[in-house]
Design a protein around this ligand. Structure first.
Ligand SMILES: [Fe+2]
Ligand SMILES: [Fe+2]
Length: 284
């Protein structure tokens, strides 16, 4: 983990996470999360407040009456939904930048992360996970290490060819002696986020580790793999195509998550609907 620590040392410069956003993430994940404190913190940031109101008034959350204050959002939508909106708003700025070393244009990592988080949230609910919002956050931030490693990788002037067989994780390990999962975990630990979030991030490419038996790790890993089996992020196409045949083919490599297989059709349908509804709101 020492190498990973090196890369996050100057992270404030590379990947600035606004203090308010970070506080929102921490408060939302406290065991006794206080509504008043959460609302107060969100209101300190006009941009975050505007963002939350826009999200809360969207079709995504299915409300007819206009919501005009952060407290309103909390009262009407409930704490769990508010946490999800707050976490999402707090992460947009961090994940939207382009990651050239990964051939990711502006917004691409954000779209991918949001898709994985949306799907992980639904899978976690079906699996009756205890802390659904921690799994959501872990899924949303699973690739945050790419934001940190983009610059160091560019300095290695590595260019990925179209027919390249080497995985990105292998490239990172070869050139930087760490990878984006490890660095992501170190960053989230530095931010003081709980293990329920940092561990799934750290192990999302290493499902064979003993600690990967945790439900959160399995769900994030599965959601990431499934999103890769959909074609939502190809070019500008907003149409989803879930490749069931590819899933059947690769199923043996995926972690077993309670109630997933028997509800797969429903889960994917809900995911596609939610993703479609949120395209405008989250500027996907
Ligand atoms: Fe990843
Ligand atoms: Fe990913």
């Amino acid at each position: 983990m020492d190498v990973a620590q090196e890369y996050i040392k100057d992270v404030e410069k590379i990947a600035p996470c606004p203090e308010v956003a970070l506080d929102v993430l921490s408060i939302a994940h406290e065991a006794d999360c206080s509504i008043a404190r959460l609302a107060e913190k969100i209101e300190q940031d006009p941009g975050l407040t505007a963002n939350m109101l826009q999200m809360a008034n969207s079709a995504y959350f299915g409300h007819m009456k206009k919501i005009t204050s952060v407290r309103d959002i909390i009262v009407r939508l409930g704490l769990e939904t508010v946490k999800i909106i707050a976490i999402t708003s707090a992460s947009v700025g961090l994940l939207k930048s382009p990651q050239e070393a990964y051939a990711l244009g502006r917004g691409e990592l954000w779209r991918h992360s949001f898709a994985v988080a949306t799907l992980a949230h639904i899978i976690a609910r079906y699996a009756r996970a205890r802390d659904v919002s921690a799994i959501y956050t872990a899924a949303l931030l699973h690739d945050v290490g790419k934001v940190v490693l983009d610059r160091p990788l560019q300095l290695e002037s590595y260019n990925r060819g179209p027919g390249d067989q080497e995985t990105m994780v292998a490239v990172e390990r070869r050139l930087l002696h760490t990878d984006h999962a490890e660095v992501g975990m170190a960053l989230l630990e530095k931010w003081g986020l709980p293990e329920a979030i940092s561990v799934p991030v750290g192990l999302h490419h290493e499902p064979d580790q003993p600690r990967a038996k945790r439900l959160g790790v399995k769900v994030v890993h599965l959601a990431n793999e499934l999103v890769h089996l959909t074609e939502y992020d190809t070019e500008k196409s907003k149409d989803f195509f879930f490749d069931v045949l590819a899933y059947e083919d690769r199923k043996a490599d995926f972690p077993e998550v309670p109630n997933f297989e028997s509800n797969m059709r429903l889960i994917i349908e809900e995911f596609v609907d939610k993703y479609h509804d949120s395209v405008a709101v989250f500027e996907l």
